[in-house]
Design a protein around this ligand. Sequence first.
Ligand code: NAD
Length: 240
Amino acid sequence: MYGEREISELRGIVKNARSAVFFGGAGVSTESGIPDFRSEDGLYHLKYKYPPETMLSSSFFWSHTQEFYDFYRDKMLVTDVQPNAAHLRLAEWERAGHIAAVVTQNIDGLHQKAGSKNVFELHGSIYRNFCTKCGAPYPVQRISEGKGVPRCACGGTIKPDVVLYGEPLNAETVEGAVEAIRRADALIIGGTSLNVYPAAGLIDYFRGDHVVVINRGAPAKDMRDVLFIDGKIGEIFQKI
Ligand code: NAD
């Protein structure tokens, strides 16, 4: 739990920041109704024939493409949701000149929907899809409005531009995120278990003074000199 002391400390950090970076994960979107992976009601606790890490791997995509799409459409492809207070506040703080960038592990596009402009999507986005053979781009409806494996006019398989387990992160996105974190005067981490690498390792590039972690439960990474606020990020940001 947390009290007024933590809230007012966070308020001060945000107010004084000129180039802060927000680094977030699936917990940022749970208050919008998208389940995360590792919470009790997260995807890792649902029973499927295969574990989520398997179904979201590159090798599974190619060997079990139909089953990949069944899971992906059922659990990952969520478009009828709205940004919550956490996304909206971050967009406001960017407009006010406090936040320089949002670095997210999420693929749901909610930061952009809330109005954030400088967003580094480390794991890609459900809103971008392309043919694996000819590279033609496709809108998200091409995936959501069908049942089978989506195919391009050229016959190639269409794949969402999301980073599956076993695939590298996009180098340009990583470079941009690292640069923003290196230059940041404050780092606000929220809604992430910091279990997924290499994404979680990027926060090590931070050289500034203030690190805040807002999460339900302590994240996996051991961090010193951190303002840790244990609670729901949307609820907490609304108080700032
Ligand atoms: P995770 O599921 O491993 O961890 C989420 C963390 O957020 C947990 O520690 C949980 O206790 C905390 N949390 C949940 N709701 C919260 C809230 N309202 N306020 C504060 N904390 C909250 O997620 P991760 O660290 O992002 O790693 C999982 C991977 O799965 C990531 O790569 C991510 O891309 C992907 N993923 C994305 C989405 C999405 O796009 N919305 C959803 C599920 C998984």
